[in-house]
Write a protein that binds this ligand. Structure first.
Ligand SMILES: Cc1cc2nc3c(=O)[nH]c(=O)nc-3n(C[C@H](O)[C@H](O)[C@H](O)COP(=O)(O)OP(=O)(O)OC[C@H]3O[C@@H](n4cnc5c(N)ncnc54)[C@H](O)[C@@H]3O)c2cc1C
Ligand code: FES
Ligand code: FES
Length: 493
């Protein structure tokens, strides 16, 4: 099998690279093949943001911009897209882009190692804001995947808010869109017999999955990318699901939302938050923006990490998964409850020819009280020690239905069936919660590891149930982020 040429639109021209190995990352291609060393490698695992670049795809008549981590993204996955690196922002007259100028004006850089990554996240924000004012919260969300060890974040956040006041810089979007269209035509027909397969339709994906069961299936590569950069795995064949039109859609039905497995975490959480607005903070706490822009909900669910974040929530909401495969000339599918997907640590019921196609999430209904709590050492861009998703239907002071998903307590994401039973049919009261907490403590025996001890996990889990009860009673908890200790008050004391 050959590797088809890799093409993307950059600096006003289509770049064509022949024979790029299927396992090479975008960062390697930029730095080693194109000698564009402005994009830095810090961690090589999606954590620091030094390698951030911006890609754009056509979305109808518009361009959809995404800041992504080039260190864990396979190079071939940006085939057919427009790409900007930090070298590409300076204007034709030599002046700096507002994202760069604002960093200069606000003193947003010291050693400078993180700066190209910050500038690219700012560029992504600049393009998506389309001239609108940028709030502090939007700036924080856009920079959630970038770390700086020396400047401190205030000047960088100031830069994010200052760039809109500078003379504007514009991308020639009509030119970009017409070149994206051109690349579709140039690439047509080259897909056959390529070792990096990017099917465009579900039928094509299922056919290729059946013919190449040994190919490494990838979506956004935010898990798989680390197998390449940290474990040095190489893939002879890759089957990439991210361009499958059907799997990129979010579909709305009377009682549920169907999220295609290739929908990015950014878009999947937007759909979930639109239906249940209280999930907004949880969505923000899933990794950082560049990871959410590449990673997919399907990848999170299929990867099945015991500390993956979407599964406790989805289990609590009663989500199911649709698995599909080609069977002879026909397409076969089966649907199962999300918790039944998993058989053990990172193992699941999917056969070699099967793919995860859809995640179906019941819509919010009157009477439901749902919450999801993530406990991690860092607020942003960190993996959970434990995660608890709850969905209760309380009618006339009694628990009619209880559905609880838990992460970080077993080899797979799990459903807390015994705790659910301890709640179901009982009065919604502190006594019931006390009893349910006792059951929850015994239901799982979590391990101790670098993220948390077993005792910590069990204790926190039960405390989260208590917190859920308190919040349902309208009791405002102390939020450390709202505390602003006053020096005057301390001196007076
Ligand atoms: C810095 C960083 C922070 C992170 N933070 C979090 C976090 O806060 N919470 C969290 O839960 N995770 C986190 N992750 C993990 C990761 O981002 C998620 O698991 C993500 O959803 C994976 O999706 P993906 O599209 O990148 O999957 P990929 O890496 O492409 O694939 C993951 C696995 O799923 C399989 N797969 C993908 N799509 C399908 C499909 N359609 N059918 C069958 N199998 C499929 C692949 O074969 C592979 O085994 C983080 C990762 C990084 C690098
Ligand atoms: S090098 Fe750290 S996120 Fe890519
Ligand atoms: S300026 Fe030194 S790491 Fe950010």
């Amino acid at each position: 099998m050959n590797t088809k040429p890799l093409r993307f639109f950059r600096r006003g021209a289509i770049v064509t690279l022949a024979a790029v190995d299927t396992s090479r990352t975008l960062l390697e291609v930029l730095r080693e093949d194109l000698h564009c060393t402005g994009t830095k490698e810090g961690c090589g695992e999606g954590d620091c943001g030094a390698c951030t670049v911006v890609v754009a795809e056509a979305s109808g008549d518009l361009l959809k911009y995404s800041a992504i981590n080039s260190c864990i993204r396979l190079a071939h996955s940006v085939d057919g897209m427009a790409l900007w690196t930090v070298e590409d922002l300076t204007q034709a007259d030599g002046s700096l882009h507002p994202a760069q100028q604002a960093m200069v004006d606000c003193h947003g850089s010291q050693c400078g190692f993180c700066t190209p990554g910050f500038v690219m996240s700012l560029f992504g924000l600049y393009q998506t804001a389309q001239g609108a004012a940028i709030s502090r919260e939007q700036a924080q969300a856009a920079l959630s995947g970038n770390l700086c060890r020396c400047t401190g974040y205030r000047p960088i956040l100031d830069a994010a808010q200052a760039m809109q006041a500078l003379p504007p810089a514009q991308v020639n979007e009509a030119e970009v869109l017409s070149n994206l269209e051109r690349m579709v035509h140039i690439s047509r027909g080259l897909e056959a017999n390529s070792s990096y397969m990017t099917p465009r339709t579900l039928a094509e994906l299922l056919r290729q999955r059946a013919h190449h069961p040994d190919a490494q299936l990838v979506a956004g590569c935010t898990d798989v990318g680390l197998w390449v950069t940290k474990q040095h795995q190489q893939f002879a064949k890759v089957l990439d699901v991210t361009q499958v039109a059907e799997l990129r859609r979010v579909e709305y039905y009377p009682h549920h939302i169907a999220i295609g497995a290739a929908v990015t975490l950014t878009d999947a959480f937007a759909a979930l938050v639109a239906d249940r607005p209280h999930l907004a903070e949880f969505a923000h706490r899933f990794a950082g923006l560049p990871v959410r822009n590449s990673g997919t909900l399907g990848g999170n669910v299929a990867n099945g990490s015991p500390i993956g974040d979407s599964m406790p929530l989805l289990i609590a909401l009663g989500a199911s998964v649709v698995l599909m495969r080609q069977s002879g000339k026909r397409t076969a599918h089966r649907e199962l409850a999300l918790e039944d997907l998993y058989t053990g640590y990172r193992t699941n019921v999917m056969t070699k020819g099967e793919v995860l196609a859809w995640i179906k999430v019941p819509k919010a209904i009157a009477g439901e009280t749902s919450r999801v709590y993530k406990i991690s050492k860092r607020f942003e861009d960190d993996i959970s020690a434990v995660c608890l998703g709850l969905n209760l239907h309380i009618i006339n002071g009694r628990v009619r239905k209880a559905s609880i998903g838990v992460g970080g307590v077993a080899a797979t994401p799990v459903r807390a069936r015994k705790t659910e039973a301890a709640l179901r049919g009982k009065p919604w009261s502190q006594t019931t919660i006390d009893q349910a907490m006792a059951v929850l403590r015994k239901e799982f025996a979590p391990i101790s590891d670098m993220r948390a001890s077993s005792t910590y996990r069990s204790t926190v889990l039960c405390n989260l149930l208590q917190r859920f009860w308190l919040e349902s009673q309208g009791i405002a908890l102390t939020d450390l982020r709202q505390l602003s200790p006053s020096l005057d008050a301390e001196l007076a004391a």
